[in-house]
Design a protein around this ligand. Sequence first.
Ligand code: PMP
Length: 435
Amino acid sequence: MDRFIVQMDQSVSAGLFARSQHLIPGGVNSPVRAFRAVGGVPPFIELAEGSHLRDVDGNEYIDYVCSWGPAILGHAHPAVVSAVAAAAARGLSYGAPTAQEVQFAEAIAERYPSIEMMRCVSSGTEATMSALRAARGFTGRDFIVKFEGGYHGHSDGLLVKAGSGLSTFGIPDSAGVPNGVAKYTLTEPYNNVSRLQALFEQRGHEIAAVIVEPVAGNMGCVPPAPKFLETIIALCKKFGSISLFDEVITGGRLSRGGAQQHYGLTPDMTCLGKVIGGGMPLALYGGRREIMSCISPLGPVYQAGTLSGNPVALAAGLTTLNLLDVTAYRKLDDLAAQLADGLSAALIRTGVPGIVQRVGSLLTLFFVEQPVTDFASANASDRGRFARWHRALLGRGIYWPPSQLETAFVSLAHSPQDITTTLEAAEAALRDASQ
Ligand code: PMP
């Protein structure tokens, strides 16, 4: 244990962690939950309410993970919980069409005019995998382009990083991904317009789709450079490729109509997840009618799901979307600005080198000296300092994402007092982490 940690009792979590590691790889059902990047025992959570979490040892935290994005209203919002309970009482799953699916699709189409047709699935991974299959089926092309540091779920073709030098052939980023699959994924640096233009000049007619997080959230919060997203859309249009915005994080988070509304852009296809399911397993992919008309049973691209469009998940999602009006986004923005400005001021006061990057209610404190614009600059951060800061924060009751390359989320349940408390803890933790 580091000497600067505010001591807290984690004995029950530690016992559970020891047991879980026998049966579950790393003791967790999704890797980052294991806290490997920051060390220590991950708190095992027993209750989440509003902006707060309580662990099995009785420690309370102000939560900035927000279930990695979905909990935009805060945890256990009463309207969402009662909609879920009412839906569950009518049956958990039918495997048949429902009126709620129509209402939900209409609610999405109203918010995202680019989504003329859509298909519900159960995770962001499924959404991106299926969207790319549709793009390939529609264009008859095999290659896709993604950006370094972009995460789009764990399907084989998306667990790929850049090859060395100018060769943009992908190489697998995970064991178990065949080279033969990875080679169809071309990778370029985020925000690099000239590299993308050069790639299209060379191979544009082979490219089925470009998949992009319109605000990167998986290398910390990295905003798009001016003209970056516009160039993607224009190049795709020129070469007959599909522009695919992965809005699994940004959808419903940056505005009612996601990043595409925020920036006034119209991609060919979009993936949504997280917020649209209000904490339940629900995601979707959709886009231009002619592309989505390739999907089975209308067309030759097969995709299906036993639990797709699940009625309980839809009840949570629809209730959440209906509570997110323009005022809600203004409030989120104000709260996140208070947090970001306060963190920047704390960095200055403590003399710790760092930069806070924020878009709407997404934000990251990077321990860097220069703004982060891509994966390489994100990796320049001082990971050791981040880990020390994180542990000191946790000990002071703040549950921050346990990796420098993740984004913190603010919810509507966070109060200005929560933010003030967080800023006091964050500044003290910055001093601790400098020792
Ligand atoms: N796309 C993005 C941008 C994501 O951040 C994530 C998950 N963090 C995914 C896709 C995958 O979603 P899921 O974890 O629901 O499979």
